[in-house]
Design a protein around this ligand. Structure first.
Ligand code: COS
Length: 385
């Protein structure tokens, strides 16, 4: 369908599409097999000037917003969700600085993120704090002109590859969610290290490791925003980033649909291409409808978020749930259309189905997203009644 993109928006799509077709798709299976980080491809994305799509021009970016990054991520997601995740996670790590950081902090870090010279990462999750984000244990204690961080973060995307980490730590345990603060930790800071790479079901070309803080000392001015406002920054960051995960579902769903239709036109059983059977046609029709409905919702949510930064939560969670549940269903059905071939690593839909699963889990499980939508509805209707 035609979404009436502006010339500039169409240009973003075209550049990202070309990177997906020429650079990502030819190597995705090999990188997945070897569990190898796509350094070269991310450099190509940097060369194409796409890392700064959402960063204001005064910090070296393109000056776009949620919608522009969504357009690029759709194409990267169509190519490979692992590589797209590495790209998206840099934005996730940069958002806290953009949302709450001081002018000096933005000047210091954003130009390098915008150029792709440095990558960012976001560090919230811990072994005992996943959905219950305010239950983190990592601490930051002031000591002279420094903060001293102790604790361990888990499953951090871009760990070991990023140079800039936005880290959430407790600064006053007695204050609950209001006792968390955010900090920038650099990869060279003393007392900071990364654990070994995790072995994952899908998105295997992305880097996922622990972050370990052992008396990690950072300068006082690395506090992002005000002390005690860390949890609020986290929530706003996730509101802003979740449409990016939603659109990975759309890109992935589109890729699975493309594979399924192509196969169904070629595969002959009972003397006919299987696309001539109504059972297959109905599956493909449902897949196509679901991908298109998800795309329309994610585009609408991203535009809403860009226009209404104080009213992001419901739109963000709605599109994340809808499009990522769709991606799981559509990739599973693509494997079904390909049958035994679909289950083999030789065909791309096997990887697509494995990659789809994480979309329902990371950046807030789809159960948590439904909680957020429910709570927002409760608030809205309390105001109305
Ligand atoms: N924007 C701004 N502020 C928000 C907010 C949002 N979207 N959501 C919550 N807040 C504020 C609340 O208003 C509250 O502020 P006050 O202290 O002034 O009352 C504070 O944050 C705490 O909110 P709440 O009580 O709702 O927090 P909970 O501990 O109940 O947790 C959920 C809420 C479950 C929604 C949150 O923990 C969450 O999103 N979990 C999933 C985390 C996640 O996505 N992890 C993935 C890892 S990152 S890749």
């Amino acid at each position: 369908m035609d979404y009436f993109l502006t010339e500039e928006q169409q240009m973003i799509v075209d550049i990202a599409r070309q990177i997906a077709d020429d650079k990502i798709i030819p190597v995705r299976a090999e990188l997945d097999e070897k569990e190898e980080f796509a350094t070269e491809i991310l450099n190509d994305i940097a060369q194409a000037d796409l890392f700064g799509l959402y960063i204001p021009e005064e910090y070296g970016g393109y000056g776009g917003g949620c919608f522009e990054i969504v357009l690029a991520l759709e194409q990267f997601g169509r190519g490979c969700v692992a590589i797209a995740t590495s790209f998206a996670a840099s934005a996730l790590g940069a958002y806290p600085i953009l949302l709450s950081g001081s002018e000096e902090m933005k000047q210091k870090y954003m130009p390098d993120v915008a150029s792709g010279k440095k990558k960012a990462a976001f560090a919230l999750t811990e072994a005992n704090a996943g959905s219950d984000a305010s239950g983190i244990q990592t601490t930051a204690v002031p000591d002279g002109d420094e903060w001293v961080l102790n604790g361990t973060k888990q499953w951090i995307t871009n760990a070991g590859e990023a140079q800039i980490y936005s880290v959430v730590a407790i600064t006053d345990r007695s204050k609950g969610a209001r006792g968390a603060s955010m900090f920038v930790v650099e990869d060279t800071d003393p007392g900071f290290s990364c654990g070994p790479k995790e072995k994952k079901m899908g998105i295997r070309a992305s880097a996922t490791c622990e972050l370990i803080f052992k008396n990690c000392r950072i300068p006082k001015d690395r506090l992002i925003g005000r002390e005690g406002m860390g949890f609020i920054t986290v929530m706003k960051t996730l509101d802003l980033s979740r449409p990016g995960i939603a659109i990975l579902g759309v890109g992935l769903g589109q890729a699975a649909l493309d594979e399924a239709v192509t196969y169904a036109k070629q595969r002959v059983q009972f003397g006919k291409p299987i696309i001539s059977f109504q059972a297959i046609q109905h599956m493909l029709a449902d897949m196509a409808m679901e991908v298109e409905a998800s795309r329309a919702l994610v585009y609408a949510a991203a535009k809403h978020i860009a226009a209404h930064p104080k009213d992001m939560s419901k739109a963000s969670s709605m599109c994340k749930v809808f499009a990522t549940d769709m991606a799981m269903k559509v990739t599973t059905n693509a494997v079904q259309v390909l049958g035994g071939y679909g289950y083999m690593r030789e065909y791309p839909v096997e990887k697509m189905m494995r990659d789809a699963k994480i979309l329902q889990i990371y950046e807030g499980t789809n159960q948590i997203q439904r909680n957020v939508i429910g709570q927002e509805l409760n608030k809205e209707y309390t105001k109305k009644i």
